[in-house]
Ligand binder design. Structure first.
Ligand SMILES: Nc1ncnc2c1ncn2[C@@H]1O[C@H](COP(=O)(O)OP(=O)(O)O)[C@@H](O)[C@H]1O
Length: 190
């Protein structure tokens, strides 16, 4: 299995790139944000538990998120590899992911970060909020809160993966195709 973690701030383009990369490399795309939103929409027990956190732009607690993630991965026993989008977002999630992948005889092959400036990203998210219906994209204060969550809890993961020699940064500004090309260069050289 070639497991890739797509990493980046809210709005960095993880979901957009994942759509192309999953086809190109025949990977299973798991977006924790999408899975949560599906559960919210269908008002499942998980959705009910996650809603307050998501609507405020806070991270959903690790235990809940990790359980959901493992359930998702287990739905694809024959996959070539997983493209993780939005997970891990905390050190505890990264450790849980390593432990889980080890238990199934696998590992993270690479973490690829899409880099872009905050100001550009906030504008992108507010634009997306006009059409996506996502409550967390419609209010600048909630967006800023997500950046704060990112800086406090998610940014330390760069170091975590750097220490394992698995961290690769890619310029996230450019056309979608250019960025796919940059990410592909990393994957092709693994
Ligand atoms: N790994 C995670 N850990 C905790 N909460 C998460 C995780 N992934 C998604 N969420 C919740 O879902 C929300 C939306 O996720 P996502 O669509 O990936 O957002 P973004 O566009 O901000 O990157 C997050 O703000 C958070 O509340």
């Amino acid at each position: 299995m070639t497991n890739i973690v797509l990493f980046g701030k809210p709005g960095a383009g993880k979901g957009t790139q994942a759509e192309f990369l999953k086809e190109k490399y025949k990977l299973t795309h798991i977006s924790t944000g999408d899975v949560f939103r599906f559960n919210l929409k269908n008002d499942t027990e998980l959705g009910k538990q996650a809603r307050v956190f998501m609507d405020a732009g806070d991270l959903v607690p690790d235990e809940l998120t990790t359980k959901m993630l493992i359930d998702e991965v287990n739905k694809h026993p024959d996959t070539n590899g997983i493209l993780f989008d939005g997970y891990p977002r905390t050190i505890s999630q990264a450790e849980a992911l390593d432990a889980f992948l080890t238990s199934i005889g696998s590992q993270v092959a690479a973490t690829i970060a899409l880099e872009a400036d905050d100001e550009i990203l906030v504008k992108r998210l507010l634009e997306r909020g006009k059409t996506s219906g996502r409550i967390d994209d419609q209010d600048e204060e909630k967006i800023r809160n997500r950046y704060q969550e990112y800086n406090e809890k998610t940014a330390p993961l760069m170091n975590y993966y750097q220490e394992q020699g698995k961290f690769h940064a890619v310029n996230g500004i450019g056309s979608i195709a250019e960025i796919t090309e940059r990410v592909s260069n990393v994957i092709d050289n693994l």
